[in-house]
Design a protein around this ligand. Structure first.
Ligand SMILES: *Cc1c(COP(=O)(O)O)cnc(C)c1O
Length: 475
């Protein structure tokens, strides 16, 4: 119990390496247990059962570190989702790189806020440097820039805000009214896009969805749509293409889409939250070479670069576009190429207090190298292709698409209902964890490989496990 008098002695004791090691020990034991593939992958418990475990009065007095460590290991870890378990193949959340995980405690201890240089001299300049590396990797010219975000959602919101301010220069001061402007996106675009359209006051109906063809944006339909809107004298704020779609990991035909945007002088934003990490690949999909044609690009290192949450970024080909996101005047005030004289990130970012997420990205690049991380990304994609090939050898399953990254959708041959029930029933049994989605009106099973520990034997265990579960459900 900590009384008000000895709170300061608790602080002194907790600042030591000895106490720190106790918390790091939890994470290290978690890494070790999941490496062996031990324990349940997630939890069979429902929200009410978990809520009951934590339902207690707010602690008024402190307790020992030992008691807290024991409670974390008893009450939190066992029913947490274990992204480091090789049988976790669900959502696009990764088994994080350990050096980046350890860096989190340094980020917390330093607690720099990366809005303005005066609050974070080294962090601010590191963010500029790492963004420079990423822009170079995209193939952006000098004068490109970016900012780190909480993820793809914030990056895409910021990009569409910049595009809106560019297309409707008075909107920052006067607001948007009437038939302000349209944002065109693929029908399978992440909800970050339609949400941004709503948040920006454009009105949900000014989001125009383009049909998919083979899970990519149908460029013929995009071309017709652009022609129609232009002939109706509508303002097109942006076209949002996807590099690595959430549902199937597919890459839109970015070159064809960029040609159409160039023809009409329309802002191309590419949502590469999932797939831009293919820039690190030895053998990236062809569309990756066209990422440099995007006027803005969302990229989540916390997905394909295996960083712990959160680490996202928005890159722009011309830094003035980003200065224009949060104020209409800034583009005229800002001198381009001037990060040293004008280093603050605050005025190009949605956030005020900003975590130094760049530190863990910088540490991960130093420890593993861009090549090492690229090799891990390629390994995840190779594993996904392996699963695709394996499915062809199981008569009870059918493939739906060729994998283009580390996401694969497939079906159990049988009624839709069975496919819909298979996932929750399999996930509950604790041996593995996958997701599902609906494609072309059919329920499908969906796997994302985000863990370098997932190997061939685990893919087999997944298909065997799903097959056994389907039999239990009466297939
Ligand atoms: C994950 C994802 C997002 C959302 O990114 P967050 O980091 O979760 O905010 C947006 N678009 C695509 C294509 C994604 O895969």
């Amino acid at each position: 119990m900590t009384s008000p008098e000895d709170i300061h002695s608790s602080l002194r004791a907790d600042e030591t390496e000895e106490t720190g090691a106790k918390f790091l020990g939890i994470a290290a034991r978690y890494f070790a247990r999941t490496r062996l593939g031990e324990g349940q992958v997630s939890t069979p418990l429902d929200p009410a059962e978990i809520a009951k475990r934590f339902s207690e009065a707010m602690p008024l007095d402190g307790t020992s570190v030992e008691a807290i460590v024991a409670r974390l290991e008893r009450d939190v870890l066992p029913d947490a989702n274990k992204f480091c378990h090789p049988m976790y193949m669900g959502h696009q959340v990764c088994a994080p790189l350990p050096a980046a995980v350890w860096t989190e405690s340094v980020i917390g201890a330093l607690n720099q806020s990366l809005a303005i240089f005066e609050m974070s001299p080294t962090g601010t300049m590191l963010e500029h440097q790492v963004i420079r590396w990423m822009c170079d990797l995209v193939g952006y010219p000098p004068g490109s820039a970016g900012t780190m975000t909480s993820g793809g959602t914030e990056a895409t919101f910021t990009a569409i805000l910049s595009a809106r301010n560019a297309a409707l220069p008075n909107s920052w001061d006067d607001g948007v009214a009437g038939d302000a402007g349209y944002v065109i996106h693929g029908e399978h675009a992440h909800y970050a896009v339609t949400r941004a359209i709503g948040q920006l006051g454009l009105g949900k109906k000014r989001g125009v969805a383009i049909r998919s063809k083979n899970f990519r944006m149908d460029t013929a339909h995009l071309s017709e749509t652009l022609d129609r809107l232009v002939s109706e004298k509508k303002t097109v704020i942006a076209v949002v293409a996807t590099a690595g779609s959430t549902a199937t990991g597919s890459f839109d035909d970015l070159d064809a889409i960029a040609d159409l945007c160039d023809k009409h002088g329309v802002w191309l934003h590419v949502d590469g939250a999932h797939g831009a990490s293919a820039l690190l690949s030895k053998d990236p999909p062809a569309a990756v070479r066209a990422l440099k044609r995007a006027r803005s690009l969302a990229w989540d290192p916390h997905k394909g670069m295996l960083l712990p949450l959160s680490a996202g970024m928005l890159l722009v080909r011309d830094e003035r576009d980003l200065e224009g996101a949060f104020s209409q005047q800034a583009p005229y005030l800002f001198k381009s190429g001037d990060a040293e004289r004008n280093p603050d990130h605050g005025f190009r970012s949605f956030q005020c207090s900003r975590r130094a997420d760049v530190l863990k990205l910088w540490v991960a690049l130093q420890r593993y190298g861009a090549r090492g991380i690229g090799e891990l990304y390629d390994g995840l994609c190779a594993r996904t292709r392996e699963l695709h090939a394996l499915i062809d050898r199981y008569p009870e399953f059918e493939n739906i698409h060729e994998p283009e990254s580390n996401i694969l959708c497939f079906r159990y041959k049988g009624p839709d209902q069975l496919n819909a029930e298979l996932r929750p029933s399999f996930n509950k049994n604790g041996t593995g964890w996958i997701t599902s989605t609906v494609l072309e009106g059919r329920s499908v099973l969906r796997v994302t490989i985000m863990n370098p520990r997932t190997e061939t034997e685990h893919l087999q265990a997944l298909l065997d496990g799903l097959s056994a579960e389907a039999t239990k459900l009466g297939a």
